[in-house]
Design a protein around this ligand. Structure first.
Ligand SMILES: Cc1cc2nc3c(=O)[nH]c(=O)nc-3n(C[C@H](O)[C@H](O)[C@H](O)COP(=O)(O)O)c2cc1C
Length: 190
């Protein structure tokens, strides 16, 4: 027996990503985003409410960073999803986190976030359902502490967390339980 819920945005898990931009005075804004992700090999899609300060910054600067927060910054990252820089000009300063300028785009890189995609705004599409921003990935930065012995990113070291769109919980990412394009491969064989 399955229960019907009607029209709801009920997908789980949803990611938690942080969009970093510069305000007009050069201070940093960060916002939490769950509705978006990779949409091509070198592209990301962000689905945003048009009145966010982040959106004004994206229009003005044409650049942003998209970072994966770890559980060690859950408090600050959630705060970035509550407070708007429209109301809190000192939003980033309040968090106590630190940022440096990206070497590739006109946007900040938060030092405490382990993985950061540096992106250039490719398109901003105002649709009846909301604003979609397409960004081109120009570089990926990762802290040494999340690299394996071969110098590749070990995602288990990021300590990423997920968002629950139904009850608004955050969940730690669990153990590795399979290998994509391998776990189901036996069913391909005759
Ligand atoms: C878990 C979580 C996920 C969110 N996802 C989005 C999202 O995908 N798109 C969006 O426009 N706002 C999203 N928000 C809301 C913004 O992060 C929030 O409104 C923020 O204050 C905007 O900051 P700004 O005005 O400084 O840009 C999310 C908030 C939380 C807590």
């Amino acid at each position: 027996m399955k229960k019907e819920f009607g029209v709801k945005p009920y997908l789980f898990p949803m990611p938690t990503y942080m969009i970093g931009t510069y305000n007009e005075d050069g201070t940093v804004d960060e916002m939490m985003m769950a509705w978006g992700g990779i949409c091509a090999e070198d592209m990301v899609a962000l689905n945003l409410e048009a009145d966010h300060k982040t959106v004004a910054n994206l229009r003005a600067r044409g650049a942003f960073t998209l970072a994966i927060p770890g559980t060690d910054t859950l408090t600050e990252s959630d705060f970035f999803g509550i407070a708007s820089a429209n109301r809190f000009p000192d939003k980033f300063e309040r968090s106590g986190l630190h940022a440096v300028r990206s070497a590739h785009v006109d946007a900040p890189v938060v030092e405490e976030y382990p993985v950061t995609l540096e992106c250039a705004v490719e398109r901003m599409e105002d649709e009846p359902y909301g604003l979609r921003v397409l960004g081109r990935i120009v570089n990926v930065l990762a802290d040494e502490k999340v690299l394996n012995d071969e110098g590749e990113i070990d995602v288990s070291k990021i300590n990423a967390f997920l968002f629950d769109q139904v009850k608004f919980g955050y969940y730690a990412v669990g153990e590795k339980i399979g290998q994509a394009w391998h776990s189901g491969a036996d069913l391909v064989k005759n």
